[in-house]
Design a protein around this ligand. Structure first.
Ligand SMILES: [Zn+2]
Length: 83
């Protein structure tokens, strides 16, 4: 899995619809890629914070915003890495 592919999967990851087989590749890529790890860590924390005390699904508006934020974070993390 490449960084670009991970970014695509991230949206499904946020929505909780990611395929278990893909999830495995996702974890494997993360283990060897610092920028992706930083972004995913960040998103995980945000989701956990939000879900704290609320077992329901993330509202669409929140997920859309999260998709934007993670794309921006991802771009930042990866451009900083290539310099
Ligand atoms: Zn990566």
């Amino acid at each position: 899995m490449k960084c670009e592919e991970l970014l695509k999967v991230l949206n499904e990851y946020v929505d909780g619809t990611v395929d278990p087989a893909i999830c495995e590749e996702f974890e494997r890529h993360m283990a060897g890629c610092d920028p992706c790890q930083i972004v995913v860590d960040n998103i995980r924390k945000t989701i956990t914070l939000y879900k704290n005390g609320q077992p329901c699904q993330l509202p669409l508006e929140f997920r859309t915003k999260l998709h934007e934020v993670l794309r921006r974070r991802w771009n930042e993390a990866h451009s900083a890495n290539s310099k």
